[in-house]
Design a protein around this ligand. Structure first.
Ligand SMILES: C[n+]1cn([C@@H]2O[C@H](COP(=O)(O)OP(=O)(O)O)[C@@H](O)[C@H]2O)c2nc(N)[nH]c(=O)c21
Ligand SMILES: [Mg+2]
Length: 319
């Protein structure tokens, strides 16, 4: 961990080159001066100004496991359930093959894609209707993947709970799977909120997904209802760590005030060479094949260390 950083320069500013976790080869930054500026804002502002917004699939779960076993996405966990109708898998696969290329098409404007994504999630919801289903099926499959979370995820969520930092897990996937994995991994603390698509039931049968629909292009803080409790909790917290594995995840904090300081951390694993340029342009810190929570934990450790010093100073001055 990066707790042995030095504060040699004037004013006690932290320097990137003194934070070991950020000087590792696989930790890349387009603009280290910007990263340094944000870290110092975070440390100066303290935990009470922080919030975390994280993607779930392949951000909280690993992109690569030690045994090489694949980790399913949240929709994948649902699709593996035994009691789904016979044609369910084939029909949702058809949708995937139609809409996935549109979702990742580098040429189509986002405004045009949005209509297609609404169509995709709507049709998927229609297929997820009209049959009985028990959450325990998801729980059973999810239990196999509770160990597929990044190394030190448990510690990371414990840090966030101890520092009382609101943590939003955003997923355009299936919320029931996300919650099930997080709960079984014992990281679903009271400061953690999952915003995603949750199964809806009517008269004992599945009836698609609950509103609001979360799709790839509205997966950001603009979907947080301004009257919601979570909005109340975070709208004054203007120091934000955003974590994701897809380019679109970098926008998860859009909707927060422009004056906010946002540190975007991107986990890059697939096609490293081809994707590097775009990830470097999009994220402040790009972590290449890093299957741990060590870098976000380093940021929290720096914030906590200064926080403790400040508390100590207040205590001393009141003696
Ligand atoms: C409606 N729908 C969307 N997806 C995919 O699920 C992803 C969920 O999006 P995400 O929450 O950004 O998760 P990620 O970390 O996996 O990117 C989308 O990007 C879609 O590609 C879907 N995948 C499956 N298997 N089945 C579906 O019905 C379905
Ligand atoms: Mg992801």
């Amino acid at each position: 961990m990066g707790c042995d950083e030095k504060r040699e320069n004037a004013g006690g500013r932290l320097r990137v080159q003194d934070i070991p976790a950020l000087t590792q080869d696989h930790c890349r930054m387009r603009d280290p001066a910007k990263v340094e500026r944000i870290i110092n804002e975070f440390v100066f502002g303290g935990p009470e100004r922080m919030q975390i917004v994280s993607d779930f699939d392949y951000t909280i779960t690993k992109q690569r496991t030690e045994d090489g076993g694949a980790v399913p996405s949240s929709f994948g966990i649902f699709n593996a359930c035994q009691s789904l109708p016979e044609n369910f898998k084939a029909e949702t696969d058809k949708l995937y093959h139609k809409y996935r290329p549109i979702e990742i098409d580098p040429h189509m404007p986002i405004a045009e894609k949005v209509q297609y994504m609404i169509e995709w999630w709507t049709k998927s919801g229609e297929l997820t209707s009209g049959f009985a289903f028990d959450q325990s099926e998801i729980d059973q499959i999810a239990s196999k993947y509770k160990h597929a979370l990044r190394d030190r995820t448990h510690e990371f969520f414990a840090d966030l709970q101890r520092l009382d930092i609101p943590t939003l897990v955003f997923s355009a996937g299936l919320g029931n799977s996300v919650v099930s994995v997080l709960r079984q991994a014992n990281v679903l603390h009271p400061n953690v909120k999952v915003v995603s698509n949750f199964l809806q039931f009517r008269d004992g049968l599945l009836d698609g997904f609950q509103q609001p629909m979360i799709h790839t292009f509205n997966k950001n803080e603009t979907v947080l209802n301004e009257t919601s409790e979570y909005y109340d909790l975070v709208h004054t917290r203007d120091h934000i760590i955003v974590m994701g594995d897809s380019i679109g995840d970098a926008d998860m904090a859009s909707g927060v005030p422009a004056s906010s300081h946002i540190m975007k951390i991107g986990f890059l694993f697939d096609h490293v060479e081809a994707n590097m340029e775009k990830y470097m342009d999009t994220f402040d810190i790009v972590l290449v094949d890093d299957q741990t929570m060590d870098v976000p934990r380093t940021l929290l450790a720096l914030i906590e260390k200064q926080h403790k010093l400040s508390l100590e100073a207040v205590k001393q001055s009141s003696l």
